[in-house]
Design a protein around this ligand. Structure first.
Ligand code: CO
Length: 262
């Protein structure tokens, strides 16, 4: 049988057009540029977000099963799925389950790992983040607190490992928290030394700088991270840049895809 490869890039999705282009859109484009000889398909897992965009702009974005059905219709035999997820959590497991239901469509389906799937991946990300914020942290009077999504899934422990790695690699002023799970700002604030740290920089540790970054992190509500750190006495600066905006992060996703394409 003739082999026909196809790549499927799967994201959770975002309804924020500005960050979409710079993050998910940039990753999708990078995959197309890196693999001009293989057809590339796209899917978003969030039905809510897809419905919202369809209603607002008329744009139809595929869910995972729709994209796989299209790939089958196009004669693809070998599917290479690269998710733009950060950790191997609930969303990633659901993606695998959904895909399993379509496994009879194809000769083979392979999965590229999420961004942070190994110690090496984590080291790479600590280097990327530390490099991005090196000027800001050089003064010694500032801390950077990253907002991960967080999950009930046991993979939530990865955020703590990343936090540990920042300290271990000489970046004691970079902290990692999560918006939906442990640790939260309540656990991070006591770790900051107010006699030295005057400014807290906040940045998302998520592929997109969407709803969570704009509202839960940088919003004006009393329980936003910006408000919580301001109440603790810090000058707060928010950086609305999703990880997908970092070229080096896109390269890390591409590397994970290469691991399965070879
Ligand atoms: Co969420």
């Amino acid at each position: 049988m003739k082999i026909k490869k196809g790549i499927l890039v799967v994201s959770f999705g975002t309804s924020h057009e500005d960050t979409r282009e710079k993050t998910i859109g940039a990753i999708e484009a990078a995959v197309c540029v890196a693999h001009p000889q293989i057809p590339v398909y796209f899917a978003w897992t969030s039905g809510v977000i897809r419905a919202k965009i369809l209603k607002k702009t008329g744009e139809k974005i595929c869910g995972t099963k729709e994209a796989l059905a299209q790939m089958k219709a196009d004669g693809i035999t070998h599917v290479y799925i690269q998710a733009t997820h950060i950790i191997n959590g609930i969303e990633y497991e659901l993606l695998k389950e959904d895909t399993c239901r379509c496994k009879d469509f194809f000769s083979a389906i392979s999965f590229g790992k999420p961004l942070l799937s190994s110690t090496e991946d984590m080291k790479e990300l600590t280097r990327i983040i530390a490099g991005e914020f090196s000027d800001i942290l050089a003064s010694g009077g500032a801390a950077l607190v990253l907002m991960g999504h967080g999950t009930e899934h046991h993979s939530n422990t990865g955020y703590a490992a990343l936090d540990y790695m920042f300290r271990e690699t000489g970046h004691p002023d970079i902290h990692v928290g999560t918006v939906e799970a442990y640790p939260s700002p309540a656990q991070i604030i006591p770790l900051l030394d107010p006699s030295r740290i005057k400014t807290v920089h906040l940045a998302p540790l998520m592929t997109v700088a969407g709803d969570h970054a704009k509202n839960d992190m940088a919003g004006n509500a009393e329980d936003s991270w910006a408000s919580q750190f301001a109440r603790a006495g810090y000058h707060v600066v928010c950086h609305l840049k999703g990880l997908g905006e970092y070229p080096a992060v896109r390269r890390l996703f591409l590397r994970h895809l290469d691991e399965i394409l070879d």
